[in-house]
Design a protein around this ligand. Structure first.
Ligand SMILES: [Zn+2]
Length: 76
């Protein structure tokens, strides 16, 4: 079984492009998962002291870091 030079060049370039695509896809998905965890936070506004703060905790209420008043999460 013999391949022509054109077929070998096409196979070589296609395998290189496939490898680059697979690496790009893997690292893109990995970065999305990593940065989504860091980026997701919830915003709270204290009705007692007016302090705006955030928390990584996904609960509906969070204590204010300044006055410890329990506030509900802001919804946009
Ligand atoms: Zn407060």
């Amino acid at each position: 079984m013999e391949f022509s030079l054109d077929t070998l060049v096409i196979l070589f370039l296609s395998s290189g492009m496939l490898l680059i695509f697979l690496l790009w896809s893997y690292y893109d998905r990995r970065d999305c998962r990593l940065y989504d965890r860091q980026r997701i936070s919830h915003v709270y506004y204290c009705v007692r002291c007016g302090h705006l703060y955030e928390s990584k905790d996904p609960s509906e209420v969070c204590d204010c870091p300044k006055c410890s008043f329990r506030n509900g999460r802001l919804r946009f």
